[in-house]
Design a protein around this ligand. Structure first.
Ligand SMILES: Cc1cc2nc3c(=O)[nH]c(=O)nc-3n(C[C@H](O)[C@H](O)[C@H](O)COP(=O)(O)OP(=O)(O)OC[C@H]3O[C@@H](n4cnc5c(N)ncnc54)[C@H](O)[C@@H]3O)c2cc1C
Length: 441
């Protein structure tokens, strides 16, 4: 039997596994989480009692359906589920998971995304989280990150997490969006055309924020007990708070795709380097990518992409999949929606003029903007050289939270287009691993 490995048990990975099982295969599904569900349908630990309606809001039905499909496949032995397992390297048809080695003939990577961040002076302080972390604390632990929370950034997660915190009774002090109302109106039309119901739901959520919500803001700095920002008119504002949640959309989790040999291309829509794949997710011989780890299109699209990637794998194994045209049509509509959303809530770019040299850029290693400028001046404006000279992205998160902003900063500092400074090459381990996991190698 062909050995298919699926990395990621979010919406994309689950739908991919489901298709493979239906075609008579028994995939191995590896995921870091204790329970399948991924980011959006993350499940709290066993024994927690918050109902799906509270956890997932309008998406509760979808969460239940996905959890049920996956749990049934695991219970019947149709899927070999490896929870709490992190793939840290991929080489020559072998995935390295801790000290384990998983040989495979085909690989489907459904590794999702993480928050994308713009460095703000003071963001290294205690009490500053990503939007995703604030949501995970709420979803997985029923905990609010603070009593007076400022949420800042842009993108759908900003409004979503703010309304989820309010619905849970948490204290939200302000919701600060860097996207202007004009930008939102510019992209809003395309969003409504592509997915009217989702757009209407987003607007209804926004309305619930009322006067807490501010568009077209600029963040100046995060102090110990307040956020300093400018409103759309440029007026200086100060909002006292005890916690901050930051996030500007998402960045695709592509390190494993890089190690597995995928090619990358610059995406103007998402202002980042993304893996190259065909419309079904083929990214190389025996390699398939799906979900937010390929294109940041949201949970519904991730399900479609997972099914398409599995169909591509089955087609390459000689099995026909008659529903592919329908899935491709659905995927195209999701692409249109996401492109319009990226226009409505654009990546603001790193405000070089708002960041003094003393501002921290790489929080893991405490590297400052000034050190990065010096590294770029010394070694030239190339991402990997600046990393090796400046240690940016060498910390625990391996650049997940600073590399895109660092590349943007290097480019602005050198007067170049962001893609001109190149992208940080993926290198193992893609996740921190205990040394003894590497001893065999
Ligand atoms: C923190 C966060 C919160 C979000 N909340 C929402 C929300 O409430 N509503 C919404 O519509 N969208 C939300 N999104 C976007 C939504 O997550 C995605 O659109 C959707 O979950 C994508 O599905 P996916 O299957 O592609 O990836 P994911 O759901 O992200 O699943 C990917 C899985 O792969 C695992 N993984 C990644 N790398 C490895 C590795 N090396 N080894 C093993 N496992 C690995 C991850 O742990 C994760 O479980 C959120 C995104 C993030 C980052």
């Amino acid at each position: 039997m062909t050995r298919v490995l699926v990395v990621g048990a979010g919406p994309a990975g689950i739908r991919a596994a489901e298709r493979l099982v239906r075609a008579g295969l028994r995939p191995i599904v590896v995921d870091e989480g204790a329970r399948a569900g991924g980011q959006i349908y993350r499940r709290p630990p066993e024994g927690f009692s918050r109902p799906p309606e509270k956890l997932y809001g309008s998406e509760a039905g979808k969460a239940r359906a996905l959890h049920a499909v996956f749990d049934a496949m695991v219970a019947s032995g149709q899927v070999d589920h490896r929870p709490q397992a992190s793939v840290h390297a991929i080489r020559d048809g072998v995935a390295h998971v801790g000290a384990q080695r998983i040989a495979h003939d085909r690989l489907i990577l459904a590794t999702g995304a993480t928050d994308r961040l713009v460095p703000v002076e003071g963001w290294q302080r205690a009490g500053v989280f990503t939007l995703g972390a604030a949501q995970i604390a709420l979803k997985a632990q029923g905990v609010a990150i603070g009593r007076r929370i400022v949420l800042a950034g842009s993108g759908p997660l900003l409004t979503l997490v703010a309304t989820q915190l309010l619905a849970a009774g948490a204290g939200v002090a302000a919701v600060l969006d860097t996207a202007t109302l004009a930008q939102q109106a510019g992209g809003g039309g395309g969003m409504a055309l592509a997915r009217p119901a989702v757009t209407a739901r987003g607007l209804a959520m926004r309305a619930r924020l009322g006067r807490l919500y501010h568009a077209g803001v600029r963040l100046d700095r995060i102090a110990e007990d307040a956020v300093h920002w400018r409103d759309a008119k440029g007026q200086a504002q100060v909002t006292p708070c005890d916690a901050v949640a930051l996030g500007w959309h998402l960045r695709a989790e592509t390190q494993l795709a890089d190690l597995a040999g995928a090619r990358f291309a610059w995406s103007d829509t998402w202002a980042q380097w993304l893996p190259v794949a065909d419309p079904m997710g083929r990214a190389g011989p025996g390699l398939y990518l799906a979900g937010d780890g390929l294109r940041i299109l949201g949970a519904d699209s991730a399900e479609t992409a997972g099914a398409l990637a599995a169909n591509a794998c089955l087609n390459d194994l000689g099995t026909a999949t008659p529903d592919t045209p329908r899935l491709l049509r659905r995927a195209r509509r999701m692409h249109r929606f996401a492109a319009a959303m990226a226009q409505a809530f654009p990546w603001p770019g790193v405000p070089l003029d708002a960041l003094p040299d003393t501002a921290v850029l790489c929080r893991c290693e405490g590297i400052t903007v000034g050190q990065m400028r010096a590294a770029a001046d010394h070694g030239g404006a190339e991402a990997n050289r600046v990393k090796s000279l400046g240690r940016i992205g060498m910390g625990r998160c391996q650049g997940r939270y600073c590399q895109l902003a660092a590349a943007d900063l290097i480019a602005r500092h050198a007067g170049l287009a962001p893609q001109a400074v190149g992208r940080l090459r993926g290198q193992p381990p893609a996740r921190p691993v205990p040394i003894d996991a590497l001893l065999e190698d």
